[in-house]
Design a protein around this ligand. Structure first.
Ligand code: SF4
Length: 571
């Protein structure tokens, strides 16, 4: 029997996320290719974190016929529930595994290992010695050929890509059941769904730092293939989906996408796709999107307004369209062939605020823009930071909302124009970048967050994930979820409704809602507005409370009691 191990070292690319709670399409497609070849094949899927936590799993890899490692981070990220594999870690893990054929797939195989923003990529040759094959092309296509060629890797073209997006339709369905082996399955797992790859701006060279143009113009997956995949995943128990694997969801099935750098969007196709998803996955819990090109929204406001309304109609709230603004400095925009001017980005942000800023069922706005800025680009000067700051300040002053502001330094990727520049500009502006981040956090992000989620807002279904001392951290499921600190030690991996009590720059403090005061923990009571340490001790000493009056009378200041009543329940 064919035995294959898939080690998921996680991927994080501009157009695809596969760090838990996300699972990227890579392992699903490759599992589909294997089961397409031999439906009785035994595939063992494990994540790098499972292996880190239990090294007794290593011998299972040794006994496989093939070990496929999926890895590569080409955009810098911060993670709460897993951390991508490093090249050094791979070398030490795989050095003593001899029998199976060892294959490296994903962005690490194509471009090397991104370490973090502003740092040079660690080249693939660093891990060459522990792999038999480094797949520069599409993993599922190459693995399929390896199997058909009876492991004769000498005669396999490891740089081959799928010919058309429809080639992976069957693999995507056949491989869907692999998600059952993910440690976050079923309730904590989000499946990243691909709708297309390639960028229309590849015909003009694309943005200077981005690897997507190397995939050519868009190759759209047929709607029926995406729906068949989602149906298969849903049948296998998946309830959280993100249409995140594409450069711009508003451009899906756009017209003349191989002729124009800003093709005309196709609202009918988006309606068909989103409606179809709700038909095949009626009780899904999360349906979110990811990237969107602000240049498209600014150029086609009518089509994009329709698309935004379609998304809001069928998705789940707390959704984010991540806009690659990158820079608002006209010199940087020109030198790096970026996709939108500051004025266009502003119009795109306004459009999405008009359609999506209302509060949804889970307490978050329905659909907001998130902004990505990139630093270290050609043409960047100290003035660039002032221009970007003024732009953000105008968004705030004009009363608009942003779900997040992501300020990152480029990872110079081989094959992009920025590779030559490397981290030269990043090093030069190191201090500016640090200062700018702080200023944006304090003066922009903080007031924006307070405005978006005022004290007393109830957020539903916050999934508890980890502890730091006597503080539990959780997030709602979905695209760019907000970090919620819940004072006290609450059971992990359960969902809570919480009420906002305080704000950090990029996170909030909240207490379970309703808070049963007769058995609440001291740390949680302390976090209630106006309570603090001394009053919390007093509240604890007077428990149990029979009714509201009893509670208010036991406090030193009845006015505080009145305010607290809206947060608590007396049972
Ligand atoms: S618009 Fe620019 S950043 Fe976006 S995918 Fe195309 S080349 Fe990359």
């Amino acid at each position: 029997m064919l035995k294959v191990s898939i080690l998921d070292g996680y991927v994080d690319e501009p157009t695809c996320l596969g760090v838990p709670p996300y699972i990227s399409p890579y392992p699903r497609y490759v599992a589909g290719a294997i089961w397409n070849f031999d439906k009785s094949a035994r595939i063992f899927y494990l994540t790098i974190d499972q292996l880190r936590n239990d090294m007794t799993l290593l011998p299972v890899l040794s006994k496989s016929d093939m070990v496929i490692v999926i890895a590569g981070m080409s955009v810098p990220g911060r993670y709460l529930s897993g951390f991508p594999v490093s090249p050094g870690e791979l070398v030490s893990l795989l050095s003593d595994i001899y029998q199976p054929l060892k294959i490296l797939c994903g962005p690490a195989a194509r471009y090397g290992f991104g370490i973090s923003g502003g740092k040079k990529i660690r080249e693939t040759r660093f891990v060459e010695a522990v792999f038999d094959l480094i797949v520069k092309g599409d993993c599922e296509t190459v693995v399929s050929e390896i199997l058909n060629n009876k492991y004769d890797i000498e005669n396999v073209n490891s740089s081959q890509f799928r010919k058309h997006a429809s080639d992976i339709g069957g693999f995507a369905v056949k491989g869907s059941s692999i998600i059952k082996q993910h440690p976050f399955y079923p309730s904590r797992l989000i499946t990243e769904i691909e709708t297309y790859r390639g960028c229309p701006r590849s015909i003009v060279g694309g943005c200077s730092f981005c690897s997507e143009p190397s995939k050519g113009p868009p190759d759209f997956r047929p709607i029926k293939d995406i729906l068949a995949e989602i149906q298969a995943l849903y049948t296998n128990g998946v309830r959280h989906f993100r249409l995140g694997n594409q450069p711009c969801i508003f451009s899906y099935m756009s017209k003349h996408a191989d002729e124009s750098e800003f093709p005309q969007p196709n609202p009918d196709a988006l309606e068909k796709l989103f409606k179809g998803i709700r038909n095949v996955a009626p009780n899904l819990k999360t349906l979110h999107i990811d990237n969107a090109n602000p240049g498209i929204l600014a150029r086609y406001p009518n089509e994009c307004r329709r698309i935004a309304k379609t998304i809001v109609k069928y998705h789940t709230s707390g959704d984010v369209a991540a806009f690659g603004v990158e820079s608002t400095d006209p010199v940087v925009i020109k030198k790096n062939n970026l996709k939108a001017s500051a004025e266009e980005a502003y119009r795109a942000i306004k459009l999405l605020n008009d359609v999506g800023s209302a509060t949804g069922y889970n307490g978050m706005p329905e659909l907001l823009p998130g902004l990505n800025f990139v630093f270290g680009l050609e043409g960047e000067t100290k003035d660039t930071y002032d221009l970007d700051y003024d732009f953000l300040k105008k968004i705030l002053d004009d009363g608009m909302l942003l779900r997040r502001i992501n300020l990152r330094q480029i990872i110079p990727i081989p094959g992009t124009r920025m590779f030559k520049t490397g981290n030269k500009i990043i090093s030069k502006h190191k201090r500016e970048f640090k200062r700018f981040k702080k200023k944006v956090s304090e003066n922009i992000e903080f007031p924006l967050l307070k405005k978006m989620l005022p004290e007393g807002t109830v957020l539903k279904d916050v999934l508890t994930e980890t502890y730091k001392g006597k503080l539990t951290f959780g997030r709602q499921m979905g695209s760019y979820p907000l970090l919620v600190g819940i004072p006290g030690v609450h059971p992990l991996h359960t969902t809570l409704n919480v009420k906002v009590t305080d704000h950090g720059y990029r996170s909030i403090t909240a207490v379970p809602f309703p808070l049963y005061i007769n058995n609440a923990q001291r740390e949680t009571i302390e976090a209630l507005p106006g309570i603090g340490k001394k009053r919390a001790i007093r509240i604890l000493a007077n428990r149990p409370y029979k009714n509201k009056e009893h509670f208010i009378n036991s406090l030193d200041d009845p006015l505080i009691g009145d305010k607290i009543l809206e947060h608590i329940s007396i049972k």
